[in-house]
Structures are given as structure tokens and as C-alpha cells.
Design a protein around this ligand. Structure first.
Ligand code: 5GP
Ligand code: ZN
Length: 153
């Protein structure tokens, strides 16, 4: 049995509040978020660190993070911005050895709330938060603004 928790989430064998999934990637809420809507994007195929990750898969991973950053602005979370962060290796504070891209929603002047989020890392109603992000993704797709999506005219 695979003892990698993110592989198990990708395979649907461990629970997670998923917001996006395709054949190669999935995205789900961080279990200990630093802000409401803190999401992780992972390749479904196991790669512990960037050195093991196929470059094309890395590009797809970032494209999904790009799309999520647009989606959280459009969603009812109404983010004003996002931090996209990838901790590569234990030296960089990577604690789960399966490559993942953090997408952290940000608001103008949210430093105090973010500092509190860092300390508490409490989930914020994962069901409604994941639903809000999925709606944001649908809105981005509808507007034809998905990264990598060609729009005529
Ligand atoms: P890292 O420090 O490796 O970049 O971040 C790992 C992240 O994974 C942390 O923010 C942590 O809260 C999150 N995490 C760890 N285990 C689980 C889990 O079982 N489920 C989910 N959804 N997130 C997890
Ligand atoms: Zn894994």
C-alpha cells in the first residue's frame, strides 16, 4: 500500500475537499489552511520533489495554480490576490514529500489575519469553501480566461 497521503488523496483513497481534478492533476483544500481557501495542487503521479517531476507536468501544475488564482478572485471568497508557493525539499520546509503547489488567497491589508492563520491553521467550513472555489473555476472557464485556453476574437 502506498504510504504517501497525497497519492491516496489523488486516488480517492483518503478524504479531501477536492476543488479540481483531471487525468493528471488534482487540487484540494489544505487540511491546516493559513487562510480560507488555501488550496494544494498536485500531480497525481508521485514525485517527491521537483528533481523527480517531469517538466511538462510542472508546467501543467503551474497552469492549474494560475487558474485557481483567477478563480478565487472571481469566487465568493473575493480574494484580491494570491500567494503561489512551492516548497521544494526538506531544506525549504517541504513536509509532505509529494510535489504540491500552495495557492493562498490574499486580501488587501490582511497581514494580521494571515499571521493569526499561520498560528492557528484552522479549517474554515471546507464544504462551502470548496464549493465557492469550484464556482470560481466555472466562472473563469465561462469567461474564457483559463490559462492555456485559446479564445478566438
Ligand atoms: P509543505 O510544508 O510540505 O509545503 O506543505 C504541506 C501542506 O500539506 C501543509 O500545509 C499541510 O497542512 C498539508 N497537509 C498535510 N497532510 C495533509 C492531508 O492529509 N490532507 C490535506 N488536505 N492537507 C494536508
Ligand atoms: Zn505521492
Amino acid at each position: 500500500m502506498n504510504d504517501c497521503v497525497f497519492c491516496r488523496i489523488a486516488a480517492g483513497e483518503a478524504p479531501a475537499a477536492k476543488v479540481y481534478e483531471d487525468d493528471t492533476l488534482c487540487a484540494f483544500l489544505d487540511i491546516r489552511p493559513i487562510a480560507r481557501g488555501h488550496t494544494l495542487v498536485i500531480p497525481k503521479r508521485h514525485a517527491a520533489e521537483l528533481a523527480e517531476l517531469d517538466a511538462e507536468l510542472g508546467a501543467q501544475l503551474f497552469r492549474a495554480g494560475h487558474r485557481l488564482a483567477l478563480a478565487i478572485r472571481r469566487s465568493s471568497l473575493a480574494a484580491d490576490g494570491a500567494n503561489l508557493v512551492l516548497n521544494d525539499g526538506a531544506a525549504a520546509n517541504q513536509t509532505v514529500p509529494h510535489v504540491h503547489l500552495h495557492v493562498v488567497p490574499r486580501q488587501h491589508r490582511d497581514m494580521l489575519r494571515l499571521a493569526k492563520g499561520f498560528l492557528l491553521r484552522r479549517p474554515h467550513d471546507p464544504v462551502s469553501t470548496a464549493a465557492a472555489i469550484r464556482e470560481g473555476i466555472a466562472a473563469v472557464d465561462e469567461a474564457g480566461k483559463s490559462p492555456g485556453k485559446h479564445v478566438d476574437g
